[in-house]
Design a protein around this ligand. Structure first.
Ligand SMILES: Cc1cc2nc3c(=O)[nH]c(=O)nc-3n(C[C@H](O)[C@H](O)[C@H](O)COP(=O)(O)OP(=O)(O)OC[C@H]3O[C@@H](n4cnc5c(N)ncnc54)[C@H](O)[C@@H]3O)c2cc1C
Ligand code: FES
Length: 244
């Protein structure tokens, strides 16, 4: 884990309630997709955790939904502002388990770590299928970027305004072909996916966090191997660990 001050390069709205924040600074703490950062939002005591969407040697991006007081304040951050961020948190996805034909499944703000994973997999010459689910067409984010990366993208919306009408699980009928599943999204979605897939997989969880680095037990979750901390032992857990 590192604590650094980053400079905001851009804070761009990409859907009615979702923003992409681009920051420059020291990214030497970043190791794998699925890791998260913990942002100190000016005026708030507790940091806010967000998955890393992209990173390189110059900086990184997160994609955040305006979901409450802290994220609402973040929408007002401007180019040139400074932000104190803890980086390199959590375990991240294991790319070595992907096989040749991985299936990536994302719901809502779960798109962010899945996008990061897709970028690394395609960089390694592996073309994943990405199934993404949203409430409606106006909430769809990163679809074009994932297609441009070379991913096979299957889009679902609950109201049918874009792609297949329904939930991501309605688009999983062909899952026997896949070598490994990576999933991030709301809890009911991940539970439904875990019951429908034919292969092994990894699932990324969100939990309310205190410290974000393993010291307070505030993010404890029951697994098949006992109580684990989402921030330190996760946020990515294997299918074999999950107790719903
Ligand atoms: C590992 C991890 C990765 C995440 N990645 C993303 C992401 O990429 N994009 C995104 O939009 N959101 C992500 N979240 C959820 C995000 O942290 C919350 O939406 C955000 O903290 C809400 O803050 P708020 O002040 O606006 O909400 P408020 O409800 O005002 O927050 C009050 C408190 O509850 C906590 N809290 C509220 N909702 C959540 C939540 N879902 N998870 C954890 N803590 C919460 C806040 O951190 C804060 O301490 C992630 C959460 C975790 C744990
Ligand atoms: S948030 Fe403190 S141990 Fe996870």
């Amino acid at each position: 884990m590192r604590q650094d001050v980053f400079t905001i390069i851009d804070n761009r709205r990409v859907s009615p309630d979702t923003y992409v924040l681009t920051l420059s600074g020291n990214t030497s703490g970043f190791r794998s997709p699925g890791q998260f950062v913990n942002v100190s939002v000016p005026g708030f005591f507790l940091r806010r955790p967000f998955s890393v969407m992209t990173w390189d040697s110059e900086g990184f991006q997160i994609m955040y939904k305006n979901a409450g007081h802290g994220t609402d304040a973040m929408t007002g951050l401007k180019q040139g502002d400074s932000l104190d961020v803890l980086t390199g948190l959590g375990n991240g996805f294991d790319l070595d388990r992907s096989g040749k034909q991985p299936l990536l499944i994302a719901g809502g703000s779960g798109v962010s770590p899945i996008y990061c994973l897709a970028e690394r997999l395609t960089g390694n010459g592996i073309i994943p299928t990405v199934v993404m689910g949203f409430a409606s067409s106006e909430n769809v984010v990163m679809e074009e970027e994932l297609r441009a990366m070379g991913c096979r993208v299957v889009l679902t919306t609950e109201d049918g305004s874009s792609g297949i009408r329904g939930l991501v699980t309605d688009a999983l009928a062909i899952s026997e072909e896949y070598t490994f599943v990576y999933c991030c999204g709301p809890l009911p979605m991940m539970k439904a996916v875990s019951e429908k897939i034919f292969t092994d997989g990894q699932f990324s969880f969100e939990a309310r966090m205190g410290c974000g680095f393993g010291a307070c037990m505030g993010c404890s979750m029951m697994t098949a191997r006992g109580t684990k901390r989402v921030c330190k032992d996760g946020p990515v857990f294997g299918l074999e660990d999950l107790v719903w």
